[in-house]
Design a protein around this ligand. Structure first.
Ligand SMILES: *Cc1c(COP(=O)(O)O)cnc(C)c1O
Length: 463
């Protein structure tokens, strides 16, 4: 279990227990390749570089805070996922992790499909030229307009989530004269995180139709009875930041069970299954995620085995990594503003961003790493907490980190693995304009999402 098991949340505990954090690393200047994007290095002066550009020049040109994304690393991860699953399976990038038009073009070029779950994500995908048949629409409460736009555009897949939505989608498709391919999202009673999973008969959450109580089977029956919908398969998504495939084993067993039941009751063998996303990445050196090729092998074996024992032909598999594609490709660059050493506790290091550009620490007790980026230092390690500039004591970016004791205002800090669920969950809390996303490749840096300005904020405030 994560530390969030503390009933009030660990952020309410004033002093963390002894031994809560790992000991300082042997070398504070070292960059663990597992948590940094592929091209990140230090140059001869010790300045952090990405894609051949150093952070002093990047901060000068783009300001701080800012997200810097290694485009080659993003493309390489797309190819690694696509190649790992090969011709017989489909990889859908989960757009909610981070979506922009540049990202859509990279995905299109590198052969990935795309999951969207709102009209805004759909509009971004279509406006950047992702072919509609490579788009899947998700969501537990898609609006009528969202369903209409998706069906009209000809999306390859809508993942239906409720009885009402089955009826709604069928009605819209009939009105538009379409036969819309759909999958049915089911909840299998498996919840997986990191190295653990919990398997129960029931699942207490808003997504999907539960397998328990026969709701999922009833959903299958209803979709099969509707001419304007083509049921292509069953969808399941079991968690996030998952490091091993044992939870998928239970999920696949239960999903394949529904496929077998569908064959027995309706004489129909559904041709697809989707096992969702949730594959983990390294936020700190303690995390050790598997390679896409190992995950692909393991998932294919699981599905083959389950289908063999149910006497079913192996359906076409799809997966939906979001974090595992984009998470490691970016870091956030901040400037240190103030330092407050608290005797016997730690030093609070305040940076020029915070929970508005990375809500994950406050929201999920997520762990991150941090490095002094503008120089190296031989000073001893100083136990630090990197905090933001927001009026909220839970505004923490990195809860426990060792930084060099000579850290000073004006130094630049880089927090790696912020490519997923940071810019996409960013807010304007305290009327802070959201930072830009800058793609770096071959010595060139290019803004792909520009920094918000105070003018942007005021434009929405009509007085
Ligand atoms: C969030 C989500 C994903 C992606 O999750 P990651 O942890 O980013 O891999 C995939 N599929 C569905 C249905 C999701 O809700």
């Amino acid at each position: 279990m994560s530390r969030s098991a503390h009933p009030a949340g660990p952020r309410h505990a004033d002093v963390l227990p002894e031994g809560h954090y790992s000991p300082p690393p042997a070398d504070l200047n070292a960059l663990d390749p597992r948590v940094w994007a592929g091209s990140v290095r230090r140059d001869k002066r010790g300045v952090l570089t990405v894609g051949g550009r150093d952070v002093l020049a990047l901060a000068e040109e783009f300001g701080t805070p800012a997200y810097f994304l290694d485009e080659d690393d993003f493309r390489a991860r797309c190819r690694a996922w696509r190649d790992a699953f090969g011709e017989g399976a489909d990889v859908y990038y989960a757009g909610k992790a981070f979506l922009s038009r540049a990202v859509v073009r990279w995905l299109t070029e590198e052969g990935l499909n795309l999951d969207v779950c709102t009209g805004g994500e759909l509009a971004t995908a279509l406006s950047a030229g992702m072919p509609a048949e490579r788009i899947a629409l998700h969501g537990n409460n898609k609006s009528t307009q969202e369903l209409e736009r998706a069906i009209e555009a000809g999306v390859g897949r809508i993942v239906l989530d409720s009885f009402q939505e089955i009826a709604r989608a069928a009605h819209i498709a009939r009105r538009l004269g379409r036969r819309q391919p759909v999958q049915l999202r089911v909840t299998v009673g498996v919840e997986a995180h990191t190295h653990e999973f919990i398997a129960t008969a029931h699942e207490d959450q808003k997504f999907g139709l539960p397998l328990a109580e026969g709701q999922a089977a009833e959903g299958v029956r209803r979709v099969l009875g509707l001419d304007s919908l083509e049921l292509t398969g069953i969808h399941s998504h079991i968690g996030s930041q998952i490091f091993d495939t044992s939870g998928f084993e239970v999920a696949a067993h239960r999903v394949v069970g529904l496929l077998a039941q569908t064959r027995d009751e309706h004489g129909v063998e559904l041709p697809e299954i989707d096992l969702g996303g949730g594959l983990g990445i390294a936020y700190t050196s303690a995390d050790d995620p598997a390679e896409p090729s190992a995950i692909a092998r393991s998932l294919a074996q699981i599905v083959d085995r389950e289908c063999a024992s149910a006497g079913l032909a192996v359906p076409r598999l799809s997966v939906e990594p979001g974090r595992a594609v984009v998470g490691p490709t970016a870091f956030t660059l901040y400037e240190v503003g103030t330092l407050k050493p608290l005797e016997g506790l730690r030093t609070y290091v305040s940076v020029d961003g915070g929970m508005s550009d990375n809500i994950r620490t406050a929201l999920y007790d997520a762990e991150y790493s941090v490095a002094l980026a503008s120089r190296t230092s031989e000073a001893p390690p100083m136990l630090s907490r990197v905090v933001g500039k927001h009026c909220e004591s839970g505004d923490i970016v990195v809860r426990d980190a060792f930084l060099p004791a000579d850290l000073a205002p004006g130094d630049l800090l880089a927090v790696p693995a912020t490519g997923a669920y940071c810019r996409s969950m960013a807010s304007n809390y305290n009327h802070v304009p959201r930072p830009p996303v800058v793609a770096v490749r071959d010595g060139e840096a290019r803004t792909i999402v520009r920094r918000e300005t105070e003018e942007d904020l005021l434009r929405l405030d009509v007085g």
